[in-house]
Design a protein around this ligand. Structure first.
Ligand SMILES: NC(=O)c1ccc[n+]([C@@H]2O[C@H](COP(=O)([O-])OP(=O)(O)OC[C@H]3O[C@@H](n4cnc5c(N)ncnc54)[C@H](OP(=O)(O)O)[C@@H]3O)[C@@H](O)[C@H]2O)c1
Length: 252
């Protein structure tokens, strides 16, 4: 087959044309890049986050359909948001952050709230989505691969990410035909990673480039590609998709 024949074969319709994607945590990092990718595939996007200014800026950059500023750890706010939502096709939840810390330094009040928060947020969203997400659409939650090996400071992260695959699989049965999937990322180069690492960021990037089998740092655009694939491939439900460049197999 000639190169021009191949090129004409791969011209295709945008994969999310006519669909609407909600990103809860869509003003930055993985959520924002997923929204941007969904736009290039023809979707309308609705973005949410807490900081209204950053949200407005993100929405303008990708010409979002609408925005809503609320704290996704608040079950009433989630209920209100979904209550006012038109029917949509997909919902991705990227709101949240990990809790790193040694046992001796833990603030137990914070820890108790955080452990419950990540899991209950997924439950709130799943229930609220039942009458708002079209059959065949997907919910996508974020987990991780880095807490799969025990390490000092990872107790809470490991605990939370270990539970998410089971939660995802069970929800996929409970709210079918809406699909439910989980993305488990390793280090992703986002504003959150920059904030957590501070002046150690460049050193961490270097270390990752040297040790990961892929020889590069995973970016939010990589996760966005996977997220959009999960949206478009209607065979996928109840599953966890690792995206860490092989980080979990090496000492990185
Ligand atoms: N980056 C990584 O290496 C990595 C690896 C594995 C898993 N993850 C997980 O992936 C998710 C996204 O990470 P990211 O690196 O893309 O983070 P990010 O760049 O900080 O983006 C997070 C987004 O969520 C919003 N958000 C945070 N907390 C929220 C809340 N309580 N309610 C509503 N919106 C909220 C933020 O905006 P506002 O602050 O304005 O609310 C922002 O739009 C997080 O759950 C993170 O734990 C990240």
């Amino acid at each position: 087959m000639s190169a021009s024949a191949i090129a004409s074969n791969i011209q295709r319709e945008p994969e999310l044309l006519g669909q609407t994607v909600v990103v809860i945590g869509g003003s930055s990092g993985i959520g924002f890049e997923t929204a941007r990718r969904a736009r290039t595939e023809g979707a309308e996007v609705i973005l949410t986050a807490r900081n209204p200014e950053r949200l407005k800026h993100a929405a303008t950059e990708i010409d979002a359909l609408s925005t809503a500023a609320f704290d996704a750890s608040d079950p009433f706010a989630i209920e209100r948001f979904f209550g006012a939502l038109p029917m949509v096709n997909h919902v991705m939840v990227t709101a949240g952050r990990p809790y790193y810390g040694r046992l001796v330094d833990m603030d137990f009040t914070k820890v108790r709230d955080l452990i419950g928060q990540h899991l209950s947020q997924a439950l709130y969203v799943a229930r609220a989505a039942i009458n708002r997400v079209r059959p065949g659409g997907t919910l996508i939650f974020m987990g991780g691969t880095s807490g799969r090996h025990p390490a000092i400071g990872l107790t809470i992260v490991s605990e939370v990410i270990a539970q998410l695959p089971a939660l995802t699989a069970n929800l996929a049965l409970e709210i079918a035909p809406i699909r439910v999937n989980l993305i488990a990322a390793g280090f992703v180069d986002t504003p959150l990673s920059a904030e957590l690492l501070g002046d150690q960021l460049e050193k961490r990037r270097d270390q990752i480039r040297k040790t990961l089998p892929i020889g590069r740092v995973v970016g939010p655009e990589d996760v966005a590609l996977l997220a959009v694939h999960i949206m478009t491939n209607t065979a996928l439900t109840g599953a966890t998709y690792d995206i860490d460049g092989g980080q979990q197999f090496v000492a990185a």
